[in-house]
Design a protein around this ligand. Structure first.
Ligand SMILES: Cc1cc2nc3c(=O)[nH]c(=O)nc-3n(C[C@H](O)[C@H](O)[C@H](O)COP(=O)(O)OP(=O)(O)OC[C@H]3O[C@@H](n4cnc5c(N)ncnc54)[C@H](O)[C@@H]3O)c2cc1C
Length: 405
C-alpha cells in the first residue's frame, strides 16, 4: 500500500498537466497510465491547437518552456463557408500582441511532459499500469492496480479519457451523441510558407481545418489537416491510395500554398460529444475528456481540459494550503461550479456550429453567410469571439490569468 496526497489516473495530455500542477504546489502525486508514458515517439501526424490560455497554464506548471521550441504561432484565423465570397478574418493584433495560440505535434507535447514528470521529485509515475477499480469512502480513496498494488489518497483525479472507466464505476451518467462524422487527421507539405494563418473551411461534409505547423527537418513547409466528413465517406477516403487521396484533399485545400505532398500516416476518429452529468463523486474528480469531450470543430477539447486542470488545481491547492480535506465535498463542489458551466457552454457552441455549418440547405447557407458578414462588421462582437478563441473570456482561474497556483 502506497500513500499519496492525490492520484491521477490517465497520463494523456490533460492528466500529465494535472499531475504537474498538483506536484508543483507540493502535493505527493501518483500518475497511473496503462500505456507507457514515453519520450522520443516517432512522428505520427497528430497535432493540437494550444490556445493562449492553455499556454499560460502550461507555463504556470513549468511545461511550456519544453514545448515552446516546437510550437508554431497561429497569428490569424480565416473562416470561409464553402465557395461563398464572404469570409471572416480574425487578426490577433485586434486583441493584443499575443497569437491566438500555437500548433504543436502531440508526440512532442507528450514527450516534453514525460521528461518533466520523470524529473519531478514528488511525482511517482506508474506506467504501464492499469487502474482496475477503486474503493472510495471513510475519508480515503483506494486505487487497485491490475496485477496487484494498491494506492491510497484523499482524492483520485480521473483523466482516463472519453470512455472513463472510473466515471462508469462511480455511476456518473453522461449526455452523449455522435454526429455521423469522422475526423481525418494528417500532415501535408506545401511549396509556399503558410504565413502563420489558420484556415477553417465549412464544407458540406463538415469543417476542414488547415493549421500552420513548424517547418520539417529539411525546411519543408507543413500544415496539419483536421477534416471532418460523413463517416461512410471518411472510411472510403481512408482506403484511397495516396495519389487519389491527395486529389480529394487538394480540391478542398485549394492551390494558394502551391503543390501539396502527404507526410506521414492518416488518422481517423469518430466524432461525438460526451458531457458527464456530474464532474465529481465521493473522493473522485473528473478531468479532461472524462468530464467533457467535444467536437474538434474549433480545436478546443484539450484547451477545455487544461482550463479544468487550472480550476481543479486552484480548488485543491487552496484547500491543501489551509490544511483542509482536499478530496472533501466542498472542494469538489467548488471545482464542479467553476468548470461544468464552462464545459456545457463550449459543448453547446461546438455542437451548434457543427450543425449550422455541416449542411447545404440553401436558406441555412444564406443565413449563415449573412451571419459571417454581420460579425465581420461588428468589431465588439468580433473581439468577443477572438477572446473566446484565445480562451481568456469569462472569469478564468489564476493559472489562466498568468498568476501562480
Ligand atoms: C481529430 C481530433 C483533433 C483534435 N484536435 C484538437 C486541437 O487541435 N486542440 C484541442 O484543444 N483539442 C483537440 N482535440 C481534443 C483533444 O485531443 C482531447 O480533448 C484531449 O486529447 C483529451 O486528453 P485527455 O488527457 O483527457 O484524454 P486521453 O488523451 O484520452 O488520455 C486518457 C489516458 O488515460 C489512460 N487510461 C484510460 N483508462 C485507464 C486505466 N484504467 N488505467 C490506466 N490508464 C488509463 C489512457 O492510456 C490515456 O493515456 C482533438 C480531438 C480529435 C478527435
Amino acid at each position: 500500500m502506497s500513500r499519496f496526497d492525490v492520484i491521477v489516473v490517465g497520463g494523456g495530455l490533460v492528466g500529465a498537466a494535472a499531475a504537474r500542477a498538483f506536484a508543483s504546489a507540493g502535493l505527493e502525486t501518483a500518475l497511473v497510465d496503462r500505456a507507457p508514458v514515453e519520450t522520443g515517439a516517432a512522428f505520427d501526424g497528430r497535432t493540437t491547437a494550444i490556445s493562449h490560455a492553455s499556454v499560460q497554464v502550461l507555463r504556470g506548471v513549468g511545461l511550456w518552456p519544453a514545448i515552446a521550441a516546437y510550437a508554431e504561432p497561429m497569428a490569424d484565423i480565416r473562416i470561409t463557408d464553402g465557395e461563398a465570397p464572404v469570409f471572416l478574418h480574425y487578426d490577433h493584433r485586434e486583441v493584443g500582441d499575443e497569437p491566438f495560440g500555437y500548433i504543436v505535434e502531440n508526440r512532442l507535447i507528450r514527450g516534453a511532459a514525460a521528461a518533466l514528470l520523470e524529473d519531478t521529485p514528488n511525482i511517482s509515475v506508474l506506467s504501464p499500469a492499469v487502474a482496475e477499480k477503486s474503493e472510495r469512502g471513510g475519508g480515503l480513496a483506494r486505487l487497485f492496480l491490475a496485477g496487484g498494488g494498491v494506492l491510497e489518497a484523499p482524492l483520485i483525479t480521473a483523466a482516463d479519457g472519453r470512455g472513463s472507466p472510473l466515471r462508469r464505476e462511480a455511476g456518473i451518467g453522461v449526455v452523449e451523441w455522435t454526429y455521423g462524422q469522422k475526423a481525418l487527421v494528417l500532415t501535408v507539405g506545401h511549396e509556399e510558407p503558410h504565413g502563420n494563418v489558420a484556415h477553417e473551411r465549412f464544407l458540406a461534409g463538415g469543417p476542414f481545418a488547415i493549421l500552420p505547423m513548424t517547418d520539417g527537418a529539411e525546411g519543408e513547409h507543413r500544415s496539419s489537416i483536421v477534416w471532418s466528413e460523413r463517416s461512410d465517406l471518411a472510411d472510403a477516403l481512408l482506403r484511397l491510395d495516396d495519389a487519389r487521396f491527395l486529389q480529394e484533399l487538394a480540391w478542398r485545400f485549394g492551390d494558394f500554398l502551391g503543390e501539396l505532398r502527404l507526410i506521414g500516416p492518416r488518422w481517423c476518429w469518430p466524432v461525438g460529444l460526451v458531457v458527464a452529468e456530474r464532474f465529481h463523486a465521493e473522493r473522485l474528480a473528473l478531468a479532461g475528456d472524462a468530464a467533457c469531450g467535444i467536437h474538434p470543430i474549433a480545436g478546443q477539447g484539450f484547451n477545455l481540459g487544461i482550463r479544468g486542470v487550472a480550476a481543479l488545481g486552484e480548488c485543491v491547492v487552496d484547500a491543501f494550503r489551509l490544511g483542509l480535506d482536499i478530496g472533501g465535498p466542498a472542494v469538489l463542489a467548488d471545482y464542479e461550479r467553476r468548470q461544468r458551466a464552462q464545459s456545457v457552454l463550449l459543448a453547446g457552441i461546438t455542437d451548434g456550429l457543427n450543425r449550422l455549418f455541416s449542411n447545404d440547405i440553401p436558406p441555412v447557407r444564406a443565413a449563415r453567410q449573412l451571419g459571417l458578414a454581420a460579425v465581420g462588421r461588428m468589431p465588439g462582437l468580433k473581439r468577443a469571439f477572438m477572446r473566446h478563441a484565445m480562451g481568456v473570456a469569462g472569469a478564468p482561474p489564476r493559472l489562466v490569468r498568468g498568476e501562480p497556483l
